[in-house]
Design a protein around this ligand. Sequence first.
Ligand code: CA
Length: 234
Amino acid sequence: MSALIVIVEDETDLVVNLEYNLRREGYQTKSAQTGVAALNLLAQDPVPDLVLLDVMLPHLSGIEICRNLRLDERTRHVPVLMLTAKGEEIDRVVGFEVGADDYVLKPFSVRELMLRIRAILRRSEPVASEGGEITFGVVKVDSDSHRAWVEGKEVVLTALEFRLLMTFLDRRGRVQTREVLLSDVWGIDADVTTRTVDTHVKRLRQKLGAAGEYVETLRGVGYRWRAQPDEVGA
Ligand code: CA
């Protein structure tokens, strides 16, 4: 079965263009042009494999739709790729807060969008894993013994750095805001600021040496571990 992609976008030209290109890539598509139509469509079976979600929509914003998807058990895990206008930094930040997986700035090239979609869909495939061991490019991690290696050499990590690394690996290809990392790695009640996250990511990157480049910084947003080891920086 080819993946089903739901397009939520109010610009008809863009919908037509996206449908054409996605189908040519072998995906199935469905589309909605208003917020309300989108909610109706997303309530239907089957659950899509990915949602392309415009932020500015009639009736209901893409942010509200994303929030709705995340609140519903049925659609909680569906990847959401936001389409945001250039300069609307706030949309991106809020988008990640409500659970969007990635974003593309409008106007975007179709080629770039297809690559992002492919990367997100590929992410649902598991990393090579054997008895608690995970390999990602030059990094190897043993989640049972809490040990990590880069290019075959062991890297000594603190418990917190190890947790940070595992969080990145689990969510590879997905942008993680400082706030999310703070609550998931440190715990919501931890008495630390988002700056602490930056400090630890910096240190983890240094310790990882050659693998440090797998961690990408998204200014004003957070961090992202590459979806694939050979991915060229986005
Ligand atoms: Ca729009």
